[in-house]
Write a protein that binds this ligand. Structure first.
Ligand code: PLP
Length: 466
């Protein structure tokens, strides 16, 4: 399998390991496979009885090729999903005749990002080991990503991980999921500032890495890393084959911010999985909804919502869809993105927009409708949905049809977002047993001012211990 950049030439191909370690292409584009592996209906039928880990291997080994030995890949997959707290890994729960939720929150940090980051941490570690390198994962988080990245990297021999969070601005549960991991290679840093300040520090550190000792480099594990998308393709196959694919076609409703999770569904469909519709569910940060409704992809001010993990201004993986819609023409995407960079807005031609609308539906929920959905769903089914999941359920209530089985992705455990559950007037569920003592565990983090110099000094001081 070869990869190309969404802003590059088709002849400039990269191998999986390069894509894994680099994250972003040198031309600023995102990596995508040159062509997708194809799964015939016969082959999809054979997937129906596989366990989650077995299925993962079948789906992702074509993307990895011989860049990672089979046994290494199998072990990484098995270890990743053994860390989950449910024997099915991604259980389906039926809500009514035609609607299911796919619970993606049984991983170590109770949100769907564990699916990708458990695997990414392990594959990165392997690639570094093979190249005789070490690296530093550096990221900023307002919640879910940081915890999932830390859990994914805590066992890595060749990685140190530094995660910045805004001091006093993440919830106790979210902070403690990060700061109570006491592994030697895990470094939590609280920054006296907001999330944007943290992101800016990360960006500047990546831009000039000369402060690092010789031979060390930074790697990013944010949602544009292809490996994350790849790992997320699997649960679309898992849910659809349990519900009758390839004989039946399935609709998915996906709470989305950076378009990573739903883009994985788009890839699954491109591989041959019968997906009828992909419903884009956003909160009030609705740039994607505005694109699918009005061909208006334009940047607006950030709004703080009850579903903070979808609070974005631009949707970083959307470029991958644009690339596909424009026939994989890197030059066209380069120009479109340069325009967007300049004007903060982007439109596609009408034919391409119509084509996008055939597959994607979209719906945007505000805070009130999120609470209302949580409450009504509970009254009707006794199911408690987290506020991200609720946007997906709302969208599928509005846009789903009575004849196609629809799966709403449940992206987080409700206990992580208790504010919204309380606002909806419901009792907050208890922490799962594996985490019941989270609020009394020992924490370890360092507090730094909003200063690039302080951050660089901290990183150098702590990696020197090895
Ligand atoms: C990250 C996240 C999302 C959004 O996923 P994208 O890949 O950005 O679309 C939705 N729900 C939860 C709970 C998340 O953590």
């Amino acid at each position: 399998m070869k990869y190309i950049s969404t802003r590059g030439k088709k002849t400039n191909t990269k191998r999986f390991q390069e894509v894994l370690l680099k994250g972003l292409a040198d031309d600023g584009g995102l990596f995508v496979p040159e062509a997708l592996p194809q799964f015939s209906p016969e082959k999809i039928s054979e997937l129906q009885t596989l366990s989650y880990a077995e299925l993962t291997y079948e789906i992702i080994h074509p993307f990895v090729g011989d860049d990672i030995p089979k046994d290494v890949l199998k072990t990484a997959i098995n270890d990743s999903y053994a860390a989950f707290n449910h024997p099915a890994v991604a259980p389906l729960r039926q809500l009514d005749t035609n609607t299911w939720v796919l619970e993606l929150f049984h991983g170590p940090t109770l949100a769907f990002k564990d699916f990708a980051l458990q695997l990414l941490g392990r594959l990165l570690d392997y690639a570094l080991e093979e190249n005789g390198q070490r690296a530093i994962v550096l990221g900023a988080t307002s919640g879910d990503t940081g915890a999932a990245a830390i859990e994914g990297c805590r066992h890595s021999k060749n990685l140190d991980i530094f995660i910045l969070h805004p001091h006093n601005r993440v919830s106790d549960v979210q902070r403690r999921q990060m700061t109570t991991v006491l592994a030697q290679n895990v470094h939590n840093i609280a920054i006296e500032g907001n999330f944007d300040d943290c992101q800016e520090l990360v960006k500047q550190s990546f831009a000039d890495q000369s402060f690092l000792p010789e031979g060390l480099r930074l790697v990013a594990v944010n949602s544009i890393n292809w490996t994350r998308i790849m790992a997320q393709v699997v649960y679309y196959f898992y849910a659809a084959t349990r519900l009758g694919a390839p004989q039946k076609s399935i609709t998915f409703s996906v709470p989305t911010g950076n378009f990573g999770d739903i883009y994985a569904g788009f890839i699954a469909r491109g591989m041959g999985l019968p997906i009828e519709k992909l419903i884009v569910a956003t909160n009030q940060n609705d740039i994607l909804h505005r694109f699918f409704q009005n061909n208006d992809y334009s940047k607006k001010a950030l709004q703080q919502t009850l579903s903070p993990s979808m609070d974005i201004m631009v949707s970083s993986n959307f470029e991958r869809l644009l690339f596909d819609l424009h026939g994989n023409e890197g030059d066209t995407i380069s120009k479109l993105m340069a325009q967007f960079q300049q004007n903060g807005q982007l439109h596609v031609n009408d034919k391409i927009w119509q084509q996008a609308k055939q597959l994607f539906g979209s719906y945007s929920s505000d805070n009130n409708s999120i609470c209302e959905t949580i409450k009504t769903l509970y009254q009707q089914t006794a199911y408690i949905a987290d506020p991200h999941t609720a946007t997906g359920i709302r969208a599928c209530n509005e846009l789903g049809n009575a004849t196609t089985a629809t799966v709403a992705l449940a992206t987080a455990h409700p206990v992580k977002f208790s504010d919204a559950i309380t606002k909806a007037g419901l009792p907050v569920p208890a922490l799962p047993e594996s985490m019941s003592d989270l609020l009394t565990r020992t924490e370890n983090y360092r507090l730094l001012g909003n200063s690039l110099h302080a951050l660089k000094t901290d990183i150098c001081a702590y990696i020197k211990q090895y």
